[in-house]
Ligand binder design. Structure first.
Ligand code: ADP
Ligand code: MG
Length: 698
């Protein structure tokens, strides 16, 4: 149970002043996670990324242009425009000069009330020179003396969503800091002193009510304090999870290789050297009496699935069972279809478990797993459900890991005695991040791609040439090709993504007719499968899709990838999408349709895409351009899984937090001491509940 002192922080954000039902939906869009509304703590942890400094108070004559200044002066004259659409100007002067305040589509009443002629006013905003006059267009602040006294000299700037006013959010954030309860200090006193760190509450207060722009810097003592707390919470949780996993000693699953050999014989290709090496490493782990926790990294198309299958065959040889978990139904089904015929060649029984099996089918499958008649289960998170009981689960293979949390991994691990875990990811993960997300996992890497792959011809094409692209695709289709057409990512809104996809679907269908298919995230599962299968079977030749095909889908005959509004996608995502083609022996093309003018980062991204197909290089470039967040494929900025820490800046703290966590748990494994009690509060605060649950279980 979460300590009651934290209750106010986990209340709905609507508890904050200014957040009514209407605003709440905007705040949800900005801050909530699927399945639950935004809470006070989400507002609190949404830190400002910049400030507006209104402390500069020059005389009008000395005021710098193009930066924010606060000017004091007397209102001299109003000059409403003669035409309805013209600007309303107000002249303000001090003893050194004058400035025109300019209001477009002005609310006359408001202007007359706020800026009466003869009154002394303070206006704050950006000053510019226009036609020889100093002017301030739509000042951010128009204040009398009383207003000035209340104006924050340094104003935090938050990431927003359309329709949400910055002031509403700022006010809510301040109110949220006032709800912070008195919490015990969980950091070591000497450490705090040595690093001159404020308390957790002080740091949050300073972030939301900065006195200087430096207060909100990630490298400031406030930024460091908050990041360290979050990193410590995550490292404590990881160390606890690891300890728990190690507690149950592993088992050896010594297969003799006879089933894996049969599968290999049935493969239409031979393994690449890195697949072979990864497999050797995995088999060595499996045959040792310790628990395997191994990450298999390999670029898109490097052939991870077959490695996972051969690993599973290894434990089946020893009379035990294996499970493979995919993040989506589409992928689970694809794995199932790929694996079943190969497994059959070795007499291995496989079932597919998804969220929508009919009851009778499901009962049969579950019975098969429980009796041990079925050797391998492939599925989505449906595999976690309590009703799923294995006779003797020995290995869990988790595909495209970063979509699952530690907690889910644990749930699968608990389905058998000392289950070995193999995590497969297409995202080359820098060492520091491996540490963060996976603890001390062992890593196997697939560096080479299967032989016979041809380079993908990647081009950036301005959207103005859409018609040319469509006719080129028409020609390619006639030649037997298949194409993916990825629709624009409309930030923040799945509904808009969908609208864009449907519109494109309509327009391409009017050109190419029945051969065009559509798949998107909001389709019902069965419809999604059907759309994918039709494309896989070649019944549809062009598949319009939202980013749902980003991860893992494999249709070797598809050789064309069109990505609309490519400038909106992150590098990792572009690379993943492109990885859907170039999988067969045919020559493939990737067209990055963009709408100019391109920003610097977008231009660099498209450039890198054209230059290289090397996922590791792309990951590095991505890291350089955008920070770790993009490397792991999450769209929000910052480091995924973290709200306050950003490993671009705070990576050095990670190792300290890790040592700290180890030391703490070595001395106080059940967090019983006074500091331990405080650390439990920390774990709840950062919602590392799974760790606390472990404590209780232990
Ligand atoms: P990913 O690593 O992206 O998950 P997949 O496992 O889906 O890649 O494999 C991509 C494609 O490459 C599949 O069609 C698979 O059958 C094929 N493949 C895998 N290994 C080899 C190999 N050694 N030689 C040729 N093709 C291979
Ligand atoms: Mg895959």
């Amino acid at each position: 149970m979460r300590p009651t002192l934290l209750t106010p922080l986990f209340a709905a954000a609507t508890a904050l002043p200014g957040i009514g039902p209407k605003i709440a939906s905007l705040v949800d869009r900005l801050l909530s996670e699927p399945g639950r509304a935004a809470r006070v703590i989400d507002v609190l942890f949404h830190l400002p990324h910049a400030t507006i400094d209104r402390r500069t108070r020059p005389k009008i004559r000395d005021a710098p242009l193009d930066s924010v200044v606060t000017l004091e002066g007397v209102v001299v004259e109003h000059r409403p425009s003669r035409s309805a659409k013209g600007p309303y100007r107000v002249l303000v002067e001090d003893e050194t000069g004058d400035v025109q305040l300019v209001f477009f589509l002005a609310n006359h009443q408001w202007i007359e009330r706020s800026l009466p002629v003869g009154a002394r006013r303070w206006v704050s905003g950006k000053l510019e020179l226009w036609d020889g006059h100093l002017q301030m267009v739509h000042p951010d602040r128009v204040l009398d003396e009383a207003g000035l006294a209340k104006m924050p000299a340094v104003e935090p700037v938050y990431g927003l969503t359309e329709g949400l006013s910055p002031r509403v959010l700022a006010k809510a954030a301040v109110a949220a800091t006032q709800r912070l309860p008195a919490m015990p200090e969980w950091l070591d006193a000497a450490f705090l002193q040595q690093r001159h760190l404020p308390s957790f509450a002080e740091a949050l207060g300073a972030m939301h009510m900065p006195q200087t722009p430096q207060n909100i810097e990630p490298t400031s003592s406030n930024g460091v304090r908050l990041a360290y707390d979050e990193l410590l919470a995550s490292q404590l949780a990881l160390v606890m999870v690891r300890a728990k996993m190690r507690e149950t000693a592993g088992r050896a699953h010594l297969g003799d290789g006879h089933l894996a050999r049969k599968i290999e014989t049935a493969l239409p290709f031979s393994l690449t050297p890195s697949q072979r090496q990864a497999l050797d490493e995995i088999r060595a782990d499996l045959s040792a009496p310790k628990r395997m926790l191994r990450l298999l990294q390999g670029d898109v198309g490097s052939g991870k699935t077959v490695v996972g299958l051969l690993a599973m065959a290894g434990v089946v040889e020893s009379g035990r069972q294996a499970a493979m978990m995919a993040p989506t139904e589409v992928l689970a089904r694809q794995h199932f279809e790929r694996i079943t015929p190969l497994a059959a060649a070795a007499g291995i029984e496989v079932v597919l478990l998804t969220g929508r099996d009919r009851a009778s089918e499901r009962a049969d499958k579950l019975a098969g797993l429980e009796s041990g008649h079925v050797h391998i289960a492939i599925g989505t998170h449906a595999l976690f459900q309590e009703a799923v009981i294995f006779k003797d689960l020995a290995l869990a293979v988790v595909d495209e890991q970063h979509r699952f949390g530690v907690h889910q991994r644990l749930a699968l691990g608990s389905k058998g005695a000392a289950v070995d875990i193999l995590v497969m990811t297409a995202t080359p993960i820098p060492r520091t991040l491996v540490l963060t997300y996976f603890g001390d996992m062992d890593v196997s890497t697939l560096r080479d791609k299967p032989a016979g792959r041809q380079p993908i011809d990647t081009r950036a094409v301005p959207v103005e040439r859409l018609d040319d692209v469509i006719s080129a695709i028409g020609r390619a289709l006639q030649g037997g090709a298949q194409a993916y057409w990825i629709c624009p990512l409309v930030t923040e809104s799945e509904e808009l993504d969908l609208a864009a996809a449907e519109e494109r679907y309509g327009s391409l269908r009017s050109i190419f007719g029945e051969s065009v298919g559509l798949v998107h995230g909001q389709m019902k599962g069965r419809d999604k499968d059907e759309a994918m299968e039709k494309f896989q079977r070649g019944e549809t030749r062009v598949l319009i899709a939202t980013t749902i095909v980003e991860v893992g889908v494999d249709v070797p005959n598809a050789t064309i990838m069109v990505i609309e509004h490519a400038e909106r996608f992150g590098l990792a995502q572009l690379h993943q999408l492109r990885g859907r083609v170039g999988r067969g022996s045919g020559k493939s093309t990737c067209l990055l349709l963009y709408k100019g003018p391109l920003g610097e980062v977008a231009r660099a991204r498209l450039e890198i895409m054209r230059e290289t197909e090397d996922g590791f290089r792309i990951a590095e470039e991505d890291l350089r351009l955008r920070g770790e967040g993009e490397v792991l494929g999450t769209r929000q900025s910052g480091t995924p899984g973290f709200k306050l820490a950003n490993l671009d800046v705070h990576a050095p703290l990670l190792a300290i937090a890790r040592d700290d966590a180890k030391l703490i748990l070595a001395q106080d494994p059940d967090l019983q001491s006074p500091r331990g009690e405080a650390l439990r509060v920390l774990l709840y605060l950062f919602e590392r509940d799974e760790a606390v649950r472990l404590l209780r279980a232990g």
